[in-house]
Every structure is written in structure tokens, then in C-alpha cells.
Design a protein around this ligand. Structure first.
Ligand SMILES: NC(=O)c1ccc[n+]([C@@H]2O[C@H](COP(=O)([O-])OP(=O)(O)OC[C@H]3O[C@@H](n4cnc5c(N)ncnc54)[C@H](OP(=O)(O)O)[C@@H]3O)[C@@H](O)[C@H]2O)c1
Length: 206
């Protein structure tokens, strides 16, 4: 599968790229700066280009830019993305001295993006820590994915299963991105408070 990682020069996008390269996927790292993308892509054995170049011919576009730029980036790439499925990994967070809060009171970044692009949008992977993802060992946690398009969700669940030793869990419709994005505030807050790298595991499957 050809996967374009928009903002793949960042810590999370690069870690996803490394993982999926091991699964023999074709990865294109996108950046606002072609040279930066090419340089970073060469290190891990992927292709690189501008974000607009990266999404051309992709089977899946992963929007892995800084969360605050995700909606605007989707708007800028709307034409190039066309009807290609999109995975949104973003969370809107408000980090203060008192704690980490959800950055919005309604909706989600993923739903905003779904209102912009023509293709199906799924949301997920928010709880996977980039630092651990970059290591060869599978993450000891579940990966949650939500979306309204069954085929795209199944595809992304399969890609997610390659990242964790836990389960890739269908977390329901795209509106549940509100919960997945909000849960990131909880996880980041817990990490800061307990000085750990927390992950998510759902019980009750057995
Ligand atoms: N870090 C984690 O552990 C983690 C875990 C789960 C999900 N996520 C999500 O993954 C996404 C990326 O996280 P990250 O930690 O990798 O972020 P990051 O390193 O801060 O940023 C990723 C890339 O976004 C691009 N970018 C920054 N500002 C931009 C702007 N104004 N417009 C367009 N592109 C911009 C940059 O690429 P160029 O400068 O090369 O264009 C940068 O390399 C976020 O949505 C985050 O919530 C992160």
C-alpha cells in the first residue's frame, strides 16, 4: 500500500513511517519543505516530497502535522487529496500549568477535516506514544480507530494492528473522535503527573 504521511518529518509521522516500512508498505514523507522531507525520508528508506506531492497517488493519507495545523493543512491539500481516504491522528489540547485540557468544547478535528475533504476520514492512534512507536518492539496497548466508512476503518485497523501487541479496536462512528481526541488530554496529563508513558488497554474481550 502507498501511504502518504503529511507532516511525516515530525516525531509521530516518522515513527509510523518506520513501522510501516517494515511491513513492506511504500511510504512517502511529506513536508512543507521538500528538502527536509527528502533528507529525512532518505534516512529511513522512504520517498519524500512536499505535502502536495506526497499525497499524489496515495492509497491512504495520514495527516500527521502538528494538531493545530491539521484542519488548515487539509484545506490546503483538499484538491490533491481528492477522494483518497484520510487518517487523522490529531488531538486539540490545551496545556496549562494546572493541567492538560481538551482544546475544544464540541466536535473534533477529524470531523472538521471530514467536512473539507471528499474522501472518507477515520480518526485514531491518538494514544500511541511516538517515542515507543519508533522502537522495534510492538506497543503493549490497544489501538482505537473510529470512522463512518467501514472499508477505510478496516484498512486503518489492519495498519494499526501492525503497531501493537494488543488489539486494534473499532471505536465506532467518526463522532467518537471527540472522545479519542479528548482522551489524549487525559493521557498527556497522566504522563506529566506520574512521569510515565501511559497507554490504553480495553478489558472484557476474553
Ligand atoms: N507525538 C506523539 O507521541 C503523538 C502520539 C499520537 C498522535 N500524535 C499526533 O500526531 C500529530 C503529529 O505529532 P508530532 O508530535 O509528530 O508533531 P510535530 O513534530 O510537532 O509536527 C509534525 C510536523 O508538522 C509540521 N508542521 C508544524 N507546524 C505546521 C504548520 N503550521 N502547518 C503545516 N505543517 C506544520 C512540521 O512539518 P514540516 O515543518 O516539515 O512541514 C512537523 O514536522 C499531531 O496531530 C499529534 O497530536 C502525536
Amino acid at each position: 500500500m502507498r501511504i502518504a504521511i503529511v507532516g511525516g518529518t515530525g516525531t509521530f509521522g516518522r515513527a509510523l513511517a518506520q513501522r510501516w516500512l517494515r511491513e513492506d508498505h511504500e511510504i512517502v514523507i511529506g513536508s512543507r519543505d521538500r528538502e527536509r522531507a527528502e533528507r529525512q525520508a532518505a534516512v529511513i528508506g522512504a520517498a519524500g516530497g512536499t505535502n502536495a506531492e506526497a499525497v499524489q497517488g496515495a492509497d491512504l493519507v495520514v495527516l500527521a502535522v502538528q494538531s493545530g495545523a491539521a484542519v488548515e493543512t487539509a484545506r490546503q491539500l483538499e484538491r490533491e487529496i481528492g477522494s483518497t481516504p484520510v487518517l487523522c491522528v490529531a488531538s486539540d489540547l490545551l496545556v496549562t500549568r494546572d493541567g492538560v485540557y481538551p482544546g475544544r468544547n464540541e466536535g473534533s478535528i477529524a470531523e472538521d477535516i471530514a467536512a473539507i475533504v471528499d474522501g472518507p476520514v477515520v480518526s485514531g492512534f491518538q494514544a500511541l506514544p511516538a517515542a515507543q512507536l519508533a522502537l522495534p518492539k510492538l506497543l503493549d496497548e490497544d489501538v482505537l480507530v473510529c470512522g463512518d466508512h467501514a472499508e477505510t476503518k478496516a484498512l486503518v485497523l489492519e495498519l494499526g494492528q501492525a503497531l501493537v501487541s494488543g488489539r486494534a479496536v473499532d471505536a465506532g462512528p467518526l463522532a467518537n473522535a471527540r472522545a479519542l481526541e479528548g482522551m489524549t488530554a487525559v493521557i498527556v496529563h497522566v504522563n506529566r503527573t506520574y512521569k510515565i508513558v501511559a497507554g490504553l488497554r480495553l478489558t472484557g474481550f476474553e
